[in-house]
Design a protein around this ligand. Sequence first.
Ligand SMILES: [Zn+2]
Length: 308
Amino acid sequence: MPFGPVRGHQRPIKVLERAIRSGRIPHAYLFWGPDGVGKETVARHAAKILLCKDPSARANASPCGQCDGCAKTASGGHPDFHLVAPTEKAISVDDIRALLEALSFEAFERGVKIVIIRDVFKMSREGANALLKTVEEPPEGTHLFLLAHHRSQLIPTLVSRCQPLRFDPLAEEDVLAVLSDNGVEDEKARVLAELSGGSPGVALAQDFEVLVQADAESRDVAGKLQSMGTIDRLGLAESWSKDKEKLPLRLECLERRLSEAAPKSPFALNCLERLQAVRALIDRNANLQLALDALFLMAGKEGWEEFN
Ligand SMILES: [Zn+2]
């Protein structure tokens, strides 16, 4: 039976369904995995089941979809449903204090309260410390769903108090299905699914033209590097480093092109490893210009024509 609008993620959903059916639901889950793969969609559907007024919703691990509890949760307006999300890139201690105050009151309906914290790693350390006790011992009937890219982004004392569930990138056919569910027309959906890296959220958030252009540029770069001289390579590094907004998408597209070619080409594999190393440096705030200079100067001694 499908888990509401969710596609894929059979393994974490199986664990979650078993907990809901048995009535032994952990106080706090940590859903971790790449952006846009569906962690929040799963958490919201679990919230809908737990706040549904139909007595058989939990036993079936499925909400009735007809009661006002279901309707209010779907619209985000249920008084016992709390979504905390970063504002201006951070979750402040005041956001957490406001949440804790809301949790200190009796639930409005059914004695259940659900909390989803999006990008929980963006919470300040003070906020994380304020939340610790509640994660360990929440008020009766409260269930928390913390969402993050990776467990290592969080303080260990918080992680150890949660049940972690890993979410992987989706198969291309599942991405295609999500895009189709969201009304993306077939041909566009096929291109987006191929470029999405298993993340329908990323595909839906991108401007289609921008994504297609970034992919075309990356394919072009992969094809030309072999014949480019040092000056042109440095020029390319300079131009990519100057457009910080487009850079993550350009590198993502280039990595995908290299990944496709790598199984048949040791050279592509070598370039791919260099690219991944450079991306890790950029994530750790390395100097962009230097990182890209190194990438483009080291790559492309031979074999780039294979990526045309
Ligand atoms: Zn219902």
